[in-house]
Ligand binder design. Structure first.
Ligand code: ATP
Ligand code: MG
Length: 566
């Protein structure tokens, strides 16, 4: 491609709302342009990068026997009603009616559609396993679209779905996909980590996220200092605490604690470690058709992980409540506890199961109970709702956990039979009995990957594409196109590289050298061959973007040298 013909509107101006390097540079370098909030156009170079990523994904999917299909983007709302997700997804689903008043949804993910594709067609265990995938536009009316391609409303996703007759076979496929995804990210030159995750609105068990490590990532992940363990903070677990503080002495009793409302005040007042206090966190649970106040109890030294709390209560959202809302349901802020509390539903953190010598609110102004044996509450709802902290122990080895930031570029789940049951998609097993398919689902954010590559690979001048993601590998730049010798060598090299099937771009524009060089750095081609004044002495230069290295090469050897480099 000749740069003089290419539609590459580079600018010095970044979009006013852009804060991330990927958003700034992809816009400035003319890869993308914004249409409206969360909606982007891909320009020629952006489209080439997308295709690069798609090709790598296709190759790795082919290698594990997954088959590419393409399903309709517009999906009938009935399918979403059948699965029950029309409520769960809430406002992220963009709904509309056609001229005949039929309700449709723009596909945010395609579990329902894929189950619908195979139900009543795949009818025997002999036709299993089956793994179908697509690379297709998705639409989610995200509450806060931001960071350019990172969190768009319309975005490109690779989504795969596998169907199995037994759980072991799903495990095998899940592992195969995990390996294939690792290959994709490794080929793209990304530094990543696979972490345990929460299954979110999609449901199911066993879920892992692929996180590209970058400070700008929206996800916090807890990683072990010693072993491979890593988990999204929303799902992270920890080992049992080793250094348990000395327990306070004393029998069960109701204790006057005037105006002692916070955990700090309480442990100070009673001179006990906050490990032995019970913290109450009140939240309003939001469901599709109603809201209600609920309490979460945990040790005073711990804090609530809201995503875990949301998952266990199956709420769509959790929002904060103020004292007047608590009063309205008969709760007394600062003195709430799980004993004799029947005003609202509550969840107790699993770490409090059968805990002894605890101190908790007495649900009466200015009173706490001391010496509480939590086993009197064994019938209550206990669940893991705690957020792991840096320094907590790894659940698998004696290492410690620390936080790092990641960009979620992929998410794989063992779905089980959630969707096949809801949509009555069954096959006949070896004994001739009908059973729902056991399913896996595997997503990868293709357009988000474009941004993730740049988050990890950029400097103050612009993009630094990795070899397998670069829109063009080599940029042949003629410093002064009025110089016949420079232009002639440029043309020759351009033709030779094309003949060798190198992805080459030819900067034959009538611009100043400095301008062209700035563009080359902004766009981020891995190699630029500069044909300039030194050609008089038989010398050209190779500029390597990743290292900023400039190397003089004899003009007669340049083809061999660059072929060797790439
Ligand atoms: P997130 O937590 O970031 O909202 P998600 O859990 O909703 O992601 P999935 O439903 O698992 O995402 O979708 C699969 C993949 O699609 C994600 O791993 C991510 O890479 C990509 N993706 C999801 N939402 C968006 C979005 N709004 N813009 C761009 N890519 C997205
Ligand atoms: Mg999401």
């Amino acid at each position: 491609m000749r740069l003089s013909n290419l539609y590459l509107p580079t600018t010095k101006e970044a979009p006013s709302d852009a804060s991330l390097p990927s958003h700034i540079f992809l816009s400035r370098a003319g890869f993308i342009s914004q249409v409206a909030s969360g909606l982007y156009n891909f320009l020629p170079l952006g489209k080439r990068v997308l295709k690069k990523i798609e090709n790598i994904i296709n190759e790795e999917m082919e290698a594990i026997g997954a088959q590419e299909v393409e399903l309709s983007f517009v999906t009938p709302a009935e399918l979403w009603q059948e699965s029950g997700r029309i409520e769960k997804f809430g406002k992220e689903l963009l709904r509309f009616k056609d001229r005949k008043e039929n309700l449709f949804v723009l596909g945010p993910t395609h579990e329902e559609m894929m189950v619908n594709l195979v139900r009543n067609k795949v009818t025997s265990y002999k036709q299993l396993p089956l793994h179908l995938y697509q690379i297709k536009t998705k639409f989610r009316d995200e509450a806060r679209p931001r960071f350019g391609l990172m969190r768009g409303r319309e975005f490109l996703m690779k989504d795969g779905y596998s169907f199995h007759s037994n759980a072991e076979d799903l495990d095998r496929e899940f592992n195969a996909v995990e390996e294939a995804y690792k290959k994709v990210l490794t080929r793209l030159g990304l530094n990543f980590r696979i972490v345990e995750a929460d299954s979110g609105a999609i449901g199911g068990t066993g879920s892992k996220e692929l996180m590209v490590l970058a400070d700008s990532g929206e996800d916090t992940i807890a990683v072990c200092s010693k072993c491979e363990y890593g988990a999204n903070i929303e799902a992270a677990k920890r080992s049992e605490r080793a250094d348990i503080p000395k327990a306070p002495e004393g029998q069960f009793n109701k204790f006057l604690t005037p105006d002692v409302k916070s955990i700090e005040d309480l442990s100070e007042f009673l001179k006990v470690d906050s490990y032995y206090t019970v913290k109450a966190v009140a939240k309003r649970l939001v469901f599709e058709d109603r809201t209600e106040v609920a309490l979460f109890f945990l040790r005073g030294c711990d804090s609530l992980q809201e995503k875990k709390a949301q998952s266990v209560t199956k709420a769509i959202d959790l929002v904060d409540v103020d004292e007047s809302e608590l009063e309205a349901v008969g709760l007394i802020a600062g003195f709430m506890g799980p004993l004799d509390q029947d005003k609202v539903k509550y969840v107790i953190d699993a770490d409090l199961y059968e805990a002894k010598d605890m101190i908790c609110g007495a649900n009466e102004k200015d009173y706490h109970f001391v010496g509480v044996d939590m086993s009197v509450l064994n019938e209550a709802f206990f669940a893991d709702i705690v957020e792991v902290k840096e320094g907590d122990g790894c659940p698998y080895c004696d290492g410690t956990l620390s936080y790092t930031k990641g960009i979620e570029v992929g998410h794989i789940f063992k779905l089980g039979t959630t969707y096949s049951k809801a949509l009555k998609a069954e096959f006949l097993n070896e004994r001739g009995q009908a059973e729902p398919f056991i399913m896996g689902t595997y997503g990868m954010g293709v357009s988000r990957l474009v941004a993730a590559i740049i988050e990890q690979h950029h400097d103050e001048h612009g993009c630094i594409w990795t070899k397998e993601s670069a829109p063009y590998m080599v940029n042949v730049m003629v410093s002064n196109v009025k110089d016949e010798a420079q232009l002639a060598l440029g043309e020759k090299l351009y033709a030779e590289l094309k003949a060798k099937r190198v992805e080459v771009i030819f900067d034959d524009r009538k611009e100043r050298f400095g301008f062209k060089m700035k563009d080359a750095e902004l766009v981020g081609y891995p190699y630029t061959i500069v044909i300039g004044k030194e050609l008089e002495n038989g010398i050209v230069q190779i500029f390597e973007r990743a290292t900023s290295n400039k190397e003089d090469v004899k003009a007669e050897n340049i083809l061999d040298v660059i072929m060797d480099r790439i």
